[in-house]
Design a binder for this molecule. Structure first.
Ligand SMILES: Nc1ncnc2c1ncn2[C@@H]1O[C@H](COP(=O)(O)OP(=O)(O)OP(=O)(O)O)[C@@H](O)[C@H]1O
Ligand SMILES: [Mg+2]
Length: 456
């Protein structure tokens, strides 16, 4: 059987407005919030609380629990959640979604929730594999006449030379491995390893010795491997349960099957069914019991949780009870409102009380004018917009009147305005002009209130 690595199915997302957030900005020893750190300004209490949650997640004491970020619009709930993700690092899965994502005419709501749950649960597989590792010194496919007759020639085997600091070896390999070499586009001078059992090829990078060669593409240069060519090597793989579902749901002929899982779960399905998930769970649990795999509960972030309806909440309650459950972080800006999907059940944040009961709640507070100015200047820097101090102050004022979100959104129009006047820097006048040209939500509502039902 051919075995290769499971492809990651991590969601790519646009978080353009939060690119300046690089973490929570806490002091390393004390966990206290720096007034400005990692792109975050103020909101100290909430950041410190989030820091504690990060510790709990890292020490795996938080699985199956939930956190709610509650606060007015534009107070940094989404920014805070992304800060948590950054602090956790790339090895802990973080799956962001927005409540309204569950509504689709094709897929059931609970199905979408389930998929996101499984994207947020990681598995670290450590295997001691027998490998051949080294720098490729030779790569020659040997051809023969096609044994079935005809005119074609086929590759009968591949001769590959591997070199380490300790020695070198020449291997004669099966032609199926040649495909793997081609897929990884291995050439002489690359450092690779070949798994002895499966024949899977992994290209580690280009050997140091070639570091000076002219190359347009970014290359990773790695040192010549130490030790023997043929050895045992600990191979660590980080995957999520959803990766495994997808890999095993691929129709036959698909190539991505995780080594250990692939042997047990037959990859002959085309759709992720409950049955398949249960099968994956069973195998995963067994591997955890055997100590081969380690569970890495990640974070599922559900923004705008008030968009979920009662059916979703019922499902969430149950899913949080399961043994394979991530930490769920919710965010909302709603006060007391009706729960979607019910006609008249009022509840805080539009979330049923029994689910609220499980949550730790972090409040985010409105910003002072100073803090807004700071955030705006960080944002301006991130977007590469030059802004004069007075213009920042003007935007801070506008932010205090309307919302931070509105003020942040003014940056780009103000820059465009400045550019039309042939200036590089945004001045206070530009900001006022933009404020006259556009309306914020409050102003718009006032106009409507005055206009007796018609937009005059
Ligand atoms: N403390 C902060 N430090 C730096 N930037 C911040 C901070 N708080 C918010 N921001 C930035 O301000 C903008 C608005 O914040 P964000 O989108 O996080 O608000 P929110 O609470 O999620 O609002 P909503 O309830 O409308 O979803 C974003 O660009 C965000 O990155
Ligand atoms: Mg938000």
């Amino acid at each position: 059987m051919k075995i290769e690595e499971v492809q990651s199915t991590t969601k790519t997302q646009r978080v353009a407005v939060h690119t300046h957030v690089k973490g929570l900005g806490l002091q390393p020893g004390t966990g206290l919030a720096q007034p400005i750190g990692a792109g975050l300004v103020g909101q100290e209490k909430a950041r410190e609380a989030a820091g504690i949650v990060v510790e709990l997640i890292k020490s795996k004491k938080m699985a199956g629990r939930a956190l709610l970020l509650a606060g007015a619009p534009g107070t940094g709930k989404t920014a805070l959640a992304l800060g948590i993700a950054q602090e956790l690092g790339p090895k802990v899965p973080f799956c962001p979604m927005v409540g309204s994502e569950v509504y689709s005419s094709e897929v059931k709501k609970t199905e979408i929730l389930m998929e996101n749950f499984r994207r947020a649960i990681g598995l670290r597989l450590k295997e001691n594999k027998e490998v051949y590792e080294g720098e490729v010194t030779e790569l020659t496919p040997e051809e023969t006449e096609n044994p079935l007759g005809g005119y074609g020639r086929t590759i009968s085997h591949v001769v590959i030379g591997l070199k380490t600091t300790k020695g070198s070896k020449q291997l004669r390999l099966d032609p199926s491995i040649y495909e793997g070499l081609q897929k990884e586009s291995v050439s002489v001078g690359d450092v690779i390893y070949i798994e002895a059992n499966s024949g899977a090829i992994k290209r580690v990078g280009r050997s140091d010795a070639f570091a000076t060669e002219f190359d347009l593409e970014a290359e990773e240069y790695v040192p010549l491997p130490k030790g023997d060519v043929h050895k045992k090597k600990e191979v660590v793989q980080d995957v999520t349960l959803h990766d495994l579902d997808v890999a095993n749901a691929k129709p036959p002929g698909g190539q991505d099957i995780l080594s250990v899982m692939g042997q047990l779960v037959k990859p002959k399905k085309t759709e992720i069914t409950d049955k398949l998930r249960n099968e994956v769970n069973r195998v995963v649990n067994r591997y955890i019991d055997q100590g081969v795999a380690e569970l890495v509960p990640g974070v599922l972030f559900v923004d705008e949780v008030h968009m979920l309806d009662i059916e979703c909440f019922t499902y969430l309650n149950r899913a949080l009870e399961s043994s394979l459950s991530p930490i769920v972080v919710f965010a909302t800006n709603r006060g007391i409102c009706t729960i979607r999907g019910t006609s008249d059940v009022l509840s805080p944040h539009g979330v049923p009380v029994d689910l609220l009961d499980r949550m730790l709640i972090i409040r985010t507070m409105p910003y002072s004018m100073d803090e807004m100015e700071h955030i705006l200047s960080i944002r301006a820097q991130a977007e590469g917009i030059e802004v004069e101090a007075e213009a920042l102050a003007a935007m801070g004022e506008i932010g205090a009147r309307s919302s931070l979100r509105y003020a942040v959104q003014m940056l780009t129009p103000a820059r465009i305005l400045a550019e039309t006047f042939g200036r590089e820097k945004v001045e206070a006048g530009d900001v006022r002009e933009v404020d006259i040209l556009f309306k914020d939500a409050k102003q718009s509502a006032q106009i409507l209130a005055r206009s007796e039902g018609w937009l005059k």
